[in-house]
Structures are given as C-alpha cells and as structure tokens.
Design a protein around this ligand. Structure first.
Ligand SMILES: Nc1ncnc2c1ncn2[C@@H]1O[C@H](COP(=O)(O)OP(=O)(O)OP(=O)(O)O)[C@@H](O)[C@H]1O
Ligand SMILES: [Mg+2]
Length: 147
C-alpha cells in the first residue's frame, strides 16, 4: 500500500533528509520506525502525504504516485491520510472524543463542525479508535485532564 523505491529527500538547505530509502508497507501492517534524532523519521512520514517533496526515486501511496502527483491529487490523498505531528496540539477545553473527531473535519460541513454536530457514523468510528488504543472510557473527559 505504501511503497518507497530508492527515495531521496534533499532539503533546500542541502541537508539530506532521506538517502535512498526502499520500503514496502502492506495494507493493515502496523509499522514502527526507530532511529536517532535527525535520522529522518519525520521526513519519512511527511513524504507519505506530500508535505515534503521527494527529490528522487518513486513513492506510491494507496495507488497514488506521490512523487509525481498534482497538488489537487495530493489534497485528495491528504484527506485520506491521518497524521499526528510530533508537537501535536490537543484542544484542552473539549472532550477526548471531540479531539478525535477533528480527524473528520475535512469531511464535515462548516456549520456542523462549528456546532460540533458530527455524523453518527463519524462518532462511532471515533469511539472505535479510542477503544483500539484502550482509552474509550476517557471519551467524555476534557483533554486537559489527561495525563
Ligand atoms: N525543514 C527542514 N529544512 C532543512 N533540514 C531539515 C528540515 N527538516 C528536517 N531537516 C533535517 O533533515 C534531517 C532529518 O530530520 P528529521 O526531522 O526527519 O529527523 P527525525 O528522525 O524525525 O528526528 P527526531 O527524532 O529528532 O524527531 C536532519 O538532519 C534535520 O536537521
Ligand atoms: Mg521527528
């Protein structure tokens, strides 16, 4: 589903972020990337949805050739790729469930999102996600109350 072929990323500063990476990740596979600070872990993850452009090599994600994708195609891809940044920001004053539902904002009409009216199917999916990581009982807790 995710296929890196000899991917190199060179930042405008000249720093090499990725150096000839080849890697295949199959659907449903759960992968952990471990490495020293500066090894290129964040760069690897950011290339997957096109936040960092590939300098050479090829990268396919769910059938999309990311290395050659138009900005429109990349936007479509990004709507389907979930990503939590290293310095992620939880919204402290709303519930854990509402924080998870942020992942559905791109598919929620503006008025509904302003009112916090998410679709029942989205809420169900958010509960399942919390269940998966073992904190479903925290769904209604304000995020600021988490450890
Ligand atoms: N925006 C950028 N511009 C220039 N160089 C960058 C940029 N982002 C990262 N780098 C450089 O690319 C290399 C890989 O960085 P990256 O952030 O991918 O490492 P990392 O493995 O995620 O590190 P950490 O464990 O500290 O999060 C480092 O040398 C870093 O300084
Ligand atoms: Mg990092």
């Amino acid at each position: 589903m995710i296929s890196f072929r000899d991917v190199t990323v060179t930042y405008p500063t000249g720093t090499i972020g990725l150096d000839g990476v080849s890697l295949d990740i199959e659907p449903g596979e759960f992968v952990v990337v471990v490495g020293l600070s500066g090894a290129g872990k964040s760069t690897l993850v950011r290339t997957i949805n096109g936040l960092v452009p590939v300098s050479s090599g090829t990268l396919e994600v769910d059938g999309v050739a990311v290395h050659a994708a138009s900005s429109r195609r990349l936007r479509e891809l990004r709507a389907r790729v979930g990503m939590i940044f290293q310095s992620f920001n939880l919204v402290g004053r709303v519930s854990v469930l509402q924080n998870v539902l942020v992942g559905r904002l791109h598919a929620t009409p503006v008025l509904r999102s302003l009112l916090g009216l998410f679709r029942e199917s989205d809420r169900e999916q958010a509960f399942q996600a919390l269940e998966r990581v073992g904190i479903v009982e925290k769904a209604d807790v304000r995020a600021s109350q988490l450890s």
